[in-house]
Design a protein around this ligand. Structure first.
Ligand SMILES: Nc1ncnc2c1ncn2[C@@H]1O[C@H](COP(=O)(O)OP(=O)(O)OP(=O)(O)O)[C@@H](O)[C@H]1O
Length: 610
């Protein structure tokens, strides 16, 4: 809202001055005084007099009324009508779409000047004619922008979700779709207002707009052009008024767009902080390759803003493997996506930092982040089939990853790709590098993904459930491969999984997440030997081991929009007490690790006596 204040005040001031013209003690803007023609600024006429001796300040303020009326009225009419046609065409498709788009194509066929001449010939020049001409000219822009945005919005899950709730088309269009497409429409509006002010001056200049002697900024420019050599200042005043008005309108529409679309506002805020932060908040002193502090992610949903990741902190040292574990919906993947700058469009980082090599990844500009991704930081996803491009040979995809970050020849990159295939244990690498993804098994595709990830010797590898889609034998081979690579290259690994059995095999430290929060984190051996949080215990008890029957955890992870009060695990916890619902415990240091549990004393006692 604060961003709206300055441009809003500026536009309001310009409009108010124009509206207040009759109340101000200004000389008559059309009264001529030939004896004082082209006289410079002086007493009684602070901006001088024009070629007919008329007061320039008075004409500038009275002229604003004509120019702004034309600009706001034409842009407003085109915006309202165009948005309506675009919404209806994009939503109902069929005949509505045909009529909306084809009629706009016809308008676009007319050159603007020809259209203006046609309407002026039919209706005669004047302010109303000018508004009509400009509204018609701006209409196609609004229809097309809205139509395209609606087509994209209607395929989103949040629109489907409102449909599933039984909402009618009008309500969906006005309450769900319109706010989501308002950003581009507002940008189009600012462009239309700016263009209208310029076109008004241009068309009035050609005699097709406001009729003299009525003042307008366009007519003032037209008059000043003829006497430019004798009185250059006469050209300056209307041009300055035009520039300030257009700038103020652009700023206002940008601020309005950010106001209606919190995603862009968050991005702007983060970029602004990015420029200021390096001096204000130095990176924390740490040996960690990655240090995440207080990460909170918010997502806009039809049910309101949710926080699927809240206040998550973790650190990964060089050569260390840290596992993030938790059931589905704990926020593991969103945590990784936030660090990589790959959050889905509706999600944003609301707080926190992720330090990597002294820079905060969460505030890094997209270009700088792109330099790091696939280079110093790499990622391996769960499903290699959807991560690999189906129409490119796998060897070429590995070579592409190398070429994206290193200035070597394509032939050298292909040779390196074959070597990488060999390194990740793909038999007959020369031949296999020419295979397409669908010609490989799941395990082999995952090896290709790992080859891509390590192609540029990353310092940090984030692996998001990399073995979930694989059978147990291949899973073990992939884990061995990752462990070997870590030993060889010294890269740090963040391993995301919901399988605690794997964590014991590969992780030095473990971070247990539940419903968006870290509930316990510490050295894997000690967490496994003496779990302090009831959720960690429940997860461990659910791991099948020997003859013992695994114990399923009752219930499910609460969705982010329906979190229970206090401790989020309390409704499923066998140790829950009334105090658990009263408030969320902080993540407290405990026995060399961190645990978030109100009943820690009881848990410690139980674990000791077990
Ligand atoms: N784009 C989105 N819009 C709305 N909610 C989302 C979105 N992405 C994730 N969520 C919600 O955020 C929560 C955390 O999701 P996340 O994918 O991080 O969980 P996870 O622990 O990685 O689960 P999994 O093991 O199934 O991948 C879930 O409740 C999920 O429904």
């Amino acid at each position: 809202m604060r961003r709206l204040a300055v441009p809003g005040a500026l536009v309001a001031a310009i409009v108010l001055i124009a509206l207040a013209a009759p109340l101000l003690d200004l000389p008559d803007p059309v009264r001529q005084d030939v004896a004082r023609r082209l006289s410079g600024p002086g007493p009684g006429s602070p901006l001088g007099r024009d070629e007919f001796g008329r007061d320039v300040l008075s004409r500038l303020i009275w002229g604003a009324r004509a120019s702004l009326t034309v600009a706001f009225a034409s842009a407003g009419i085109a915006c309202a009508l165009g948005t309506l046609l675009g919404l209806l065409g994009g939503w109902f498709r069929g005949l509505g779409e045909l009529l909306a788009l084809r009629s706009m194509d016809i308008v676009l066929c007319f050159p603007p000047i020809l259209l203006a001449l046609l309407v002026v010939t039919l209706l005669g020049p004047g302010t109303a004619t000018l508004i009509l001409v400009l509204s018609i000219l701006f209409l196609p822009g609004f229809v097309r922008v809205t139509y395209a945005e609606v087509l994209s919005a209607r395929s989103h899950d949040y629109v489907e979700a409102v449909r599933a709730l039984g909402a009618g088309p009008l309500r969906i269009l006005l309450v769900t779709v319109l706010p989501n497409v308002a950003g581009p429409i507002l940008v189009q509006l600012s462009l239309a207002v700016a263009a209208a002010v310029v076109l008004e001056s241009g068309l009035s200049f050609l005699g097709l707009g406001v009729v003299p002697p009525e003042p307008s900024w366009g007519l003032m420019i037209r008059g000043a052009r003829a006497t430019m050599a004798q009185a250059p200042l006469l050209l300056l005043w209307p041009c300055a008024a035009l520039t300030v008005t257009i700038l103020a309108m652009n700023l206002l529409c940008d601020a309005l767009r950010d106001w209606v679309d919190p995603r862009t506002a968050a991005a702007v805020r983060l970029r602004a902080i990015d420029r200021v932060l390096p001096g204000l908040l130095p990176p924390p002193r740490s040996d960690a390759v990655l240090k995440v502090e207080g990460l909170t992610v918010e997502i806009d949903t039809p049910a309101g803003v949710i926080r699927p990741v809240e206040d998550v902190s973790l650190a990964v040292g060089p050569g260390e493997t840290v596992a993030i574990v938790g059931e589905s919906g704990s926020g593991k993947s969103l945590t990784a996506a936030a660090v990589m700058g790959l959050l889905p469009p509706a999600a944003r980082v609301a707080a926190g930092a992720a330090w990597f090599d002294g820079v905060d990844l969460l505030r890094l500009h997209e270009t700088a982040l792109r330099q790091l991704r696939g280079n110093a930081i790499a990622m391996v996803f769960q499903d290699p089939m959807s991560s690999l491009n189906p129409v490119h040979r796998t060897g070429d995809q590995v070579a592409e990853a190398i070429l994206a970050h290193r200035p070597i020849t394509a032939a050298a990159a292909r040779r390196e790709a074959v070597a990488l295939f060999r390194r990740v244990g793909i038999a007959d690498p020369e031949r296999r590098s020419r295979a397409f993804p669908h010609e490989m098994s799941g395990g082999m595709r995952q090896r290709v993904m790992i080859a891509i990830a390590i192609a540029n010797k990353p310092r940090l590898l984030i692996a998001d459930e990399p073995t979930t889609a694989l059978d147990v034998t291949v899973q073990a081979q992939i884990l061995d491969l990752l462990a070997d690579l870590r030993r060889e290259t010294g890269m740090a690994v963040v391993f995301i999984t919901h399988n605690l059995g794997l964590v014991a095999e590969i992780a030095d430290r473990v971070v247990v997440m539940y419903a968006g929060q870290v509930v316990e984190q510490g050295d894997t051996a000690s967490v496994f030997a003496r779990p302090l949080h009831p959720y960690t215990r429940a997860l461990l008890a659910a791991v099948p081991e020997g003859e013992a029957k695994p114990e399923a955890i009752p219930g499910t992870v609460p969705p982010p929009h329906a979190l229970p009060p206090g401790c989020r695990f309390a409704p499923r916890c066998p140790h829950a007490a009334p105090a658990c619902a009263a408030g969320v415990a902080p993540l407290a240091p405990q026995e060399g690790r961190h645990v978030r549990c109100v009943r820690l004393d009881v848990m410690r006692g139980e674990t000791a006596s077990a």
